[in-house]
Design a protein around this ligand. Structure first.
Ligand code: F6R
Length: 637
């Protein structure tokens, strides 16, 4: 008799992926968010078409924010180009700011219409977005009704989520319970800070929101949480690998039978399998991996690199490395030297020096350098010290403000400027002031008549851009850069768009191609490669990358090095750094003063000086020299 499986050959236990030891939710890591969204959209299409064939509705739970933007673009494309119909789709959005009318430019209702609903054939009666204007005494009933509507629709088939830096899903801020249902909540300080650019200042971000609860979300049959970019890496790891806790509401997804995290490489970068793969299984010990591992080990053991001992290697999954290299100490020395070699006070290379172990080559000297800044202040925040040093050391530097930055400038600041103009013209009483006076009066009228957060008329955008231009020229002058060496590209996509919804085009790329061709740089400084694709820095990075692709066949481009700085993402950690430039106490103070010259600078941006100090302290703890502060760059090949 043939033995049944249960008798003598028990079915093998399902093979658990090694990373599952750490990861308590399924995680799919995609090469790029666009690719991930294509796959997810294909899954949504299958669901919709299956339901169409059955004569039933498909119920989708939807999120707003930057993260789902590429997904919605792909769904719109499927509708337009491949005829996918949404006629049988019912949607429930997670949340809405409390106090915002549905037509308010920053309302989630408006966002959904702009990004998805206005471009597909969904029945408007099938759309549900919490109403941010329900009177306080009706909220309880309204929220109960929202829950009931979801149930009456048959429950959510697929819930799409993003994740906030507080670990929230929907707007379930820390403290939300597993059982929580749709309700009004108070937004966390970090969440409001993250929305500050959209609302032109944190003080304008609503304090409350209506959100589906964690319990509501967990009732969905299938859940996909998406996360892109370096900024989400920490919270993704906490939610996936950490304990289930009310402090990180996304961690409750660990208890759902069909929840997946769909992340790009950057958002996955703090998962143990990526951050410390030697803890998960055997690894190939390339020089790069060994370097990363030893820096990690020193930080883990809170010891300088040169003091690590073999036992510590063994206890942390690195015994094979020690065996391969015949002991830990030679590795300590190798890693220490490599770290030491990242430190330089010569970001443009030291002329006439042996450069075999320096981050940047000595020749040619001086170098032609282009510093690209997504909004005018970004590069100054991230690398104000490096910029100053490049100029001081005689390089031919151009500061390129890629966008006008006008979206950052508050109406009050523009108004104040116009009123000063009016005062001046009144004082001077000269006829020649007539033109300016009329212009200023017109601007005051336009600004006064503007609905809150609505789009600025062209004239207002221009004056805001000019205010920022003045500030950035002044800041560059503090670094020693002449005013005429600051270029303003005013990329068109920015002038057409809003935060989270930018779409670049060939005209943007062409602007960058022209600058590259004209200056034929030896060094480029840029940012945004590891950011959320809908963020401004990622969009400008994409534009520059496409421009560089166009000039790649030109011989000068072979001799051009690209250096990357981080502005709104997590700061670089020592193992990621290719150039560490120390700042003296004076230099750091100058940098802080320079940043304060921007009316639009935020607290978060000002905190960069503390980050520069923290990085210096981290180098010190690893056993390197103790500097006041360090700015970090990574070389991109
Ligand atoms: C939005 C929502 C939030 C966002 C989260 C991430 O409807 O519910 O949980 O998903 O704040 O926002 P982004 O995608 O802008 O980083």
């Amino acid at each position: 008799m043939k033995p049944t499986e249960t008798e003598s050959s028990p079915a093998a236990a399902p093979v658990r992926a090694p990373e599952a030891v750490f990861e308590k939710i399924a995680v799919t890591i995609a090469e790029h968010p666009a690719e991930a969204c294509r796959q997810l959209a294909a899954g949504i299409r299958q669901l919709i078409e299956r339901r169409q064939a059955e004569g039933r509705q498909a119920v989708l739970g939807l999120a707003t924010g930057s993260t789902p933007v590429p997904l919605y673009r792909e769904l719109v494309r499927l509708h337009r180009e491949e005829g996918l119909s949404f006629a049988n789709v019912v949607t429930f959005n997670l949340d809405e700011y409390y106090g915002l009318e549905r037509h308010h430019p920053e309302s989630y209702h408006r966002f959904m219409c702009d990004q998805l609903f206005d471009h597909i054939d969904i029945d408007p009666d099938h759309i549900h977005v919490p109403d941010g204007t329900v009177p306080p005494d009706e909220i309880l009933q309204y929220c109960q009704d929202y829950e009931r509507l979801i149930d009456e629709a048959g429950g959510i088939d697929l819930q799409i989520l993003g994740i906030g830096r507080t670990g929230h899903i929907g707007f379930n801020e820390p403290g939300s319970t597993r059982e929580s249902l749709t309700r009004r909540i108070t937004l966390d300080r970090v969440t409001r800070q993250d929305a500050a650019t959209d609302f032109l200042g944190v003080e304008n971000v609503p304090r409350f929101a209506i959100t589906m609860g964690v319990g509501t979300i967990l009732r969905a049959r299938k859940i996909v949480l998406m996360a892109w970019g370096e900024n989400k890496a920490g919270v993704v790891a906490e939610a996936v690998e950490g304990p289930v806790t009310e402090a990180v509401s996304a961690s409750f997804l660990q208890g759902h039978g069909d929840a997946t995290f769909l992340v790009d490489r950057c958002a996955a970068s703090h998962l143990t399998r990526v951050r410390a793969p030697w803890l998960v299984g055997p690894v190939e010990w390339s020089a790069g991996t060994a370097f990363r591992a030893v820096v990690w080990l020193a930080q883990k053991c809170a010891k300088p690199v040169l003091k690590l001992v073999d036992e510590e290697y063994n206890e942390h999954g690195m015994s094979d490395l020690v065996t391969e290299r015949g002991g830990g100490y030679p590795i300590n020395i190798e890693v220490f030297n490599r770290l030491q070699q990242t430190i330089t006070g010569w970001p443009g290379g030291k002329p006439d020096a042996d450069d075999s172990n320096r981050p940047e080559r000595a020749d040619p000297y001086p170098k032609r350098v282009l510093v690209f800044s997504p909004e005018p202040q970004d590069a100054l925040v991230a690398m104000g010290g490096v910029l100053e040093r490049l100029i001081e050391q005689g390089h031919d530097v151009r500061f390129v403000a890629m966008t006008s930055g006008s979206l950052r400038v508050r109406d009050e600041d523009a108004l104040r400027f116009c009123r000063v103009l009016l005062e001046l013209s009144e004082l001077s009483g000269e006829e020649s002031w007539g033109g300016q006076e009329r212009e200023a009066e017109k601007l005051v009228r336009l600004l006064d008549g503007k609905a809150p957060f609505s789009e600025d008329p062209q004239e207002v955008r221009r004056i805001k851009a000019l205010l920022l231009r003045g500030e950035v020229r002044d800041a560059c002058a503090v670094c020693g850069l002449a005013r005429q060496r600051v270029l303003f590209l005013d990329l068109p996509f920015y002038e057409r768009g809003r935060y989270r919804r930018f779409l670049s085009g060939p005209d943007d790329v062409q602007c960058c191609v022209e600058v590259l061709r004209e200056f034929q740089p030896h060094q480029i400084y840029t940012t945004g490669a590891t950011a959320d694709p809908s963020s401004l820095s990622a969009v400008t990075y994409g534009v520059l990358e496409s421009a560089f692709d166009q000039v790649r066949p030109e011989s000068w481009s072979q001799d051009c090095r690209v250096w990357h700085y981080r502005c709104r993402e997590n700061p670089y950690q020592p193992h990621e750094i290719s150039m560490a430039m120390p700042l003296s106490p004076d230099q750091l103070e100058r940098k802080a003063r320079l940043l304060l010259g921007f009316q639009t600078i935020s607290k978060v941006e000002l905190a960069v000086c503390d980050e520069n100090r923290d990085l210096a302290a981290a180098y010190d703890r690893l056993g390197l020299a103790e500097y006041e502060a360090i700015e970090a760059l990574q070389r991109r090949r």
